[in-house]
Each structure stands twice: as structure tokens, then as C-alpha cells.
Design a protein around this ligand. Structure first.
Ligand code: GLU
Length: 651
């Protein structure tokens, strides 16, 4: 480990000078790290390399997309750490932490860079959930920056141009590519709220890295290069997207090329100077509304596009919210807190853990965990996936935006009641898969089941030098969202996370139906774990993209660490496995060096249908563990994506 030099300095220039960062903590000194090697990576010869320098060993210089990156070991840091799914985003966050910023400050900087270098996964006009642990007050806040549907949207918004039950055509060229999928953005007002409550650095200082990269250029990462070419025909309807992601001859910009994004730099300058509100009122808001209302493509064929019904009032009225975190005790030893509705992910994870608490899961760990987390055991996968089937059954039927649709029974308390979960656990046979599960009966009328989901999301975990923690999942919904681009950023297709039909086949109202001002149900599950039965002794921050499978990715990581003693990297690398409420159990085939034959055969013998498709998780994990007698931060980054871990000292 490189030695770090943490030195308090006077506040002066770095302190909040705009945007009302009215936190009392600002009265205390910043912890600034003066070690020049911090936020750098260690090259194979032991020297430190600046991320983004383009020098040998620079993780931001893309190699050919390599699938699963083998050989990752946990990385350690003394006082702060950031794990994101793109190197330049990790760097932006790390530099803020190095300068004495909090995890909330760093999250703003990371998001600003993600919208530029990982636009296939998130956008400043998208949505996010953030779990924030404040070390001083030992309080956890669940921030909800989920998009809303425009006020004018009704149940048939996604399936009928005129929103009537039947009759008019479906949105064109598709619900996703039309304006109908575009949500009223949430993430910037959420970050503003979190920064006001937990920031130490001035808001206007948090965009420097993003502005610099957008102005001077960056090497297109392999995943972005792939997203541009695979989405070329949809992007071709948007002149702004063409100008940004394609050469003037129409060929897609490719991985490894340098690209700039001048409109994005300008947008970040506006956000830096005027605050997050600039996205919700004024010029940027007008441009978003006009873009969402586009009714004809910019392509030579002038492809018709069904416009959004979003208005300036929708943007002005958008509110980020604070939700009651979904917290439960696992095995009497851990306090697990995760996201509340409108995400369904948190309740499902808490339910599955509550069910698994009835089994001796610790006896069924993976073999040879030092090899990429090892090969999971048949019984381990069986029990976890059965618990998930039961949790998904409740999730599919009951969970939506609780501002519009109440949870069944007495809400979270009923859904997480130990007696209820014990009853659910009794439905699991050790020998035979249940195939599909029925939802539990809470004595309240059930809604209809609706389906949705897709893939264009990312996760970041951050611990700052003050001990505060962020676990944040941020999304554009599907890769590159709705392909509408304005002022350098993409607009989402988040509203396709609603059920497309407001009633099911039997005529029951669907809980996750579209309604004006409502938030589409999410699965994102940023999660925090503490030792003991209350917050205080921070143990773990984790989360992942993956649409409906997020629950499976996060749960296997948590169980890997808590039940099977895996370190942060092993738990993250471990074969993704699990099941939604179907007969199919996923056993991730991404790491082709592992022989999963016996595992698959064992599961089949218990009646599971097994899919070994490669899973595209993007798990970012930080744990706080004892190492050589001292407490240290231990990072794990998903080998299935491109991210890196950075902290104090080169890593
Ligand atoms: N939009 C999805 C959600 O909020 C996430 C999509 C993804 O992970 O790719 O649950």
C-alpha cells in the first residue's frame, strides 16, 4: 500500500459557494489527501498510472471487448474508495474524495462523467436511487430520483396514440423509440437534494472533470463503441445523436477513437453555474420538452415519431423524494438496508433474505472461492433461487409506486414479517424446485400482474474519508434510452418500465399501470449492510444494473459475502445465479473458464430448467473489513463490465 498523507486544510475556496450547500458539516475542516499517487492505478511493473492518460496500463484506454475479465483480486484502501463501471467515472469520484469531498459530492461528479462516457447506461436526464449513510448521525436516507410520467399520461399511454382503450394505432416507430417512453428526469434534482443535505464541496466544482473530458475528449470505451454501432439505426432518426456518435460520413465512432461532446460540456457548465434547477426550468427544460415532442425523424425518410406529452410544467413540478429505507435484520447479525418503492428490488431482496434466514445457507458455499468466487453449490443455488421465486411472485403482483398504489396488508411490515417469511420458507423443498410460486395472501384484494424490463443501467459505490457511504444505481432504462438526444445528453425510455396495459387478461387493474405523475416500478436495489442490528458499523455497499435480474445479482453478492465469507471481489465475481418467478434458473456462463457441468446437472436433477446465458451484471462493491489488524476498505468491481476501483494510494 502506498502511504497516504491526509491533511486537514482550511475551507476557503472549496466550500459551498452556490446552490445552498447548507450542511453544518461545512463548518468543520475538510480531510484532504495530498498523496500524488491516490486515484491512480498500479501498472504491472508497480508504477502508478493516471487514469485517462493513455499511457501503458491506463484502464481508460479500451482494449477489444474481452467479455469476462479474469484474475481480479480485491483492492484495499485506508480511508476512501469509489467503484464505478467506467474508469473515468471512478476517477472523477475519486478526485472529489481526494479533495475532501463527501460521498454525496463524489456521486455528483461521477454522474456528470457517466452521462458522457457511459451514456448507454445512464444520463443526467435519467433516474437514480441513492442509499446514503451519514457516519456522524448514523442515519440512512433512501433518495428517490425516479422519473415520473407526464401529467397528461393515462393507462394506455404506451400502447395507443390517442390513449383510448382501443382504436388508434400504437406509438411509432415503437413505444420505446417514440416520445411516449420518455420520463420526466429525476436524477439531477435527487443529487441536488443529497448534496444540499450532505455536500461539503461547492456544487459548481463537481462538474470540472465532466466538462474537461467533454471539451478535450476521451477514448471511447469498448462498451460505448458497441452500443453506438448496435443502436445505429435507432440513433439515425436523431440529428444530435448522429452528430455526437457518428462521423460525418455516417459511420459510427468506434472504441478507442477520441470523441468530444461540446454540447454536453455546455450543459454541464449551465448545471454547475445555475444548479440542478437549470434542467427543470429555463433553456435546458425547453429544449428537453421540444425534443420529446419531436414528431418526425431527422433521417432522410422523415420517419414518423409519436411525440411525448411532457410539458414544461411536468419538469418544473418534478420532486426528488426521500423514502423510508427498507431495512431488516439478517440472521440476527446484520442490518441490511435497501431501496423502497417505487423500486421493487429492495422489498424482494429483504424478503428473500428473510426466507433464507430459515435455512443453514452457510453450509452450502461455493467450492474454491479464491478462483473468481468459485463454483456455487447445487444446494446453495437451489435455496437462493427458490427464495427468489417466492419474492418475485409478491413483487410482480403487489409492488409499484406507493404514492399511487398501496402495498398489501400493512405494507412493508406485513411483507417482511418473520412469521410470513417463515411460512413462505416452508414452501421450499430441499429436493425439488417449485417451478413458479404464487404470491402471498395478505387479505387485501390483489391487482393484476404486469410485466416490463430491460437493460441500460449502472451502479456506483462510494465511501468517503469521513465514513459516509453512497450506494447508487442510475439508469437510462434500455441501452441509450429512447435515442432522443438534446444538448449533449440522451433522454430515457424509462416509462417502458410501466406495464404497457393497465388491466390484465382477467380485467384486473395492474398496480404498475401508467398514470400522470406516477413513477414506473423499478428493480434497482442499491444496498447497504451493517454489522449488528442497527446502522453504525458499516460493512458493505453494493448494487447492480440488470433490469429485473438486479435482485438476483445483488442477492448473490450479499449472500456470498455474509453467508459464504467471500471478499468484496469474490462476491462480485462469483457466478451470477438465481431465478425470477419462472421455471428457469440462471447460472451465469460469462466466465467460460469455470466448469459448471456438475452444478447444472445437480440443478436439473432437482427439476430446475437451467439457462447458462452470460449475465450482464455490473456489481460495484465496497466492504469495510479487518486486514492486517486494521479496518480497511475492500473493493470489488464487476469483471463483466469495464469499471475500476480507486482510492487513497494507487490501486
Ligand atoms: N430501468 C430498470 C429499473 O429501473 C433498470 C434497467 C437495467 O438495469 O438495465 O429497474
Amino acid at each position: 500500500m502506498a502511504i497516504k498523507h491526509l491533511a486537514p486544510i482550511a475551507l476557503a475556496a472549496l466550500l459551498a459557494s452556490c446552490g445552498g450547500s447548507g450542511n453544518d458539516d461545512n463548518a468543520s475542516d475538510l480531510i484532504v489527501d495530498t498523496n500524488p499517487n491516490s486515484c491512480q492505478v498500479l501498472a504491472s511493473n508497480g508504477s502508478s498510472v493516471t487514469v485517462g492518460s493513455g499511457l501503458a496500463g491506463d484502464p481508460a484506454a479500451p482494449e477489444a471487448a474481452s467479455g469476462y475479465r479474469l484474475g481480479y483480486k480485491a483492492k484495499y484502501s485506508n480511508s476512501y474508495m469509489v467503484v464505478a463501471n467506467t474508469p473515468l467515472a471512478s476517477k472523477a469520484g475519486c478526485e472529489v474524495l481526494k479533495a475532501g469531498g463527501t460521498a454525496a459530492d463524489a456521486a455528483v461528479a461521477v454522474q456528470a462523467v457517466l452521462g458522457l462516457v457511459e451514456p448507454q447506461s445512464s444520463t443526467i436526464a435519467g433516474s437514480a436511487f441513492m442509499m446514503y449513510y451519514d457516519a456522524k448521525t448514523q442515519k440512512i436516507t433512501a433518495y428517490d430520483g425516479r422519473e415520473t410520467a407526464p401529467a397528461a399520461a393515462t393507462g394506455y399511454y404506451l400502447v395507443r396514440q390517442d390513449q383510448q382503450t382501443q382504436g388508434s394505432a400504437t406509438p411509432v416507430p415503437s413505444a420505446r423509440r417514440s416520445g411516449r417512453s420518455i420520463g420526466v428526469p429525476g436524477v439531477m434534482r435527487m443529487l441536488d437534494l443529497a448534496h444540499n443535505e450532505h455536500g461539503k464541496l461547492a456544487w459548481n466544482k463537481l462538474f470540472d472533470e465532466g466538462i474537461n473530458l467533454a471539451d478535450k475528449g476521451f477514448l471511447i470505451p469498448a462498451r460505448l463503441g458497441g452500443a453506438i454501432s448496435s443502436n445505429a439505426s435507432s440513433l439515425a432518426l436523431d440529428a444530435n445523436a448522429m452528430a455526437t456518435y457518428f462521423h460525418s460520413d455516417g459511420t459510427p465512432r468506434a472504441a478507442g477513437e477520441t470523441m468530444t461532446n461540446a454540447p454536453y460540456a455546455r450543459t454541464l457548465r449551465i448545471l454547475a453555474d445555475q444548479g440542478a434547477d437549470a434542467l427543470y426550468t429555463g433553456e435546458l427544460a425547453k429544449n428537453i420538452v421540444a425534443k420529446a415532442a419531436q414528431s418526425v425523424g431527422d433521417d432522410p425518410a422523415k420517419t414518423p415519431i409519436t411525440p411525448s406529452l411532457m410539458t414544461l410544467q411536468d419538469l418544473a413540478a418534478y420532486q426528488a423524494k426521500k423514502r423510508e429505507p427498507v431495512c431488516s435484520t439478517y440472521r440476527g447479525s446484520y442490518h441490511v438496508c435497501t431501496m423502497a418503492p417505487p423500486s421493487s428490488g429492495g422489498i424482494a431482496i429483504a424478503q428473500a433474505l428473510g426466507i433464507l434466514g430459515n435455512f443453514n445457507l452457510g453450509a452450502y458455499g461455493p467450492t474454491n472461492p479464491s478462483n473468481e468466487g468459485g463454483i456455487p453449490s447445487v444446494m446453495g443455488v437451489h435455496l437462493v433461487s427458490e427464495a427468489e421465486r417466492l419474492a418475485y411472485a409478491d413483487r410482480d403482483l403487489y409492488v409499484a409506486d406507493t404514492d399511487f398504489v398501496a402495498l398489501p396488508g400493512k405494507g412493508v411490515a406485513s411483507m417482511l414479517s418473520p412469521d410470513y417469511l417463515k411460512l413462505r420458507a416452508s414452501l421450499i423443498s430441499p429436493d425439488k424446485s417449485m417451478g413458479t410460486a404464487s404470491a402471498g395472501d395478505f387479505g387485501t384484494p390483489a391487482a393484476g400482474v404486469g410485466k416490463s424490463e430491460e437493460h441500460g443501467t449502472t451502479h456506483l459505490s462510494i465511501v468517503d474519508a469521513y465514513g459516509n457511504v453512497v450506494s447508487m444505481t442510475s439508469t437510462v432504462e434500455s441501452s441509450m434510452g429512447s435515442f432522443h438526444m438534446v444538448d449533449g445528453f440522451l433522454l430515457t425510455n424509462q416509462l417502458t418500465d410501466f406495464s404497457s396495459q393497465p388491466v390484465d387478461g382477467a380485467g384486473n387493474a395492474v398496480a404498475n399501470a401508467v398514470a400522470g405523475g406516477k413513477r414506473p416500478r423499478s428493480t434497482m436495489a442499491p444496498t447497504l449492510v451493517f454489522r449488528g442490528t442497527q446502522p453504525g458499523d458499516f460493512l458493505m455497499a453494493t448494487g447492480s444494473p440488470g433490469g429485473g435480474t438486479i435482485i438476483q445479482y445483488v442477492l448473490k453478492t450479499v449472500v456470498g459475502a455474509l453467508d459464504w465469507g467471500l471478499d468484496a471481489q469474490q462476491a462480485t465475481s462469483l457466478v451470477d445465479f438465481g431465478a425470477s418467478n419462472s421455471v428457469t434458473t440462471n447460472v451465469d456462463g460469462a466466465n467460460t473458464t469455470l466448469d459448471l457441468t456438475a452444478l447444472v446437472a445437480g440443478l436439473k436433477a432437482k427439476g430446475h430448467t437451467v439457462s447458462t446465458s452470460a449475465q450482464s451484471s455490473g456489481i460495484s462493491t465496497i466492504m469495510r473489513v479487518k486486514k492486517n489488524g486494521a479496518m480497511m476498505l475492500e473493493g470489488g468491481v464487476d469483471p463483466r463490465r469495464e469499471g475500476i476501483i480507486l482510492g487513497d494510494g494507487a490501486m
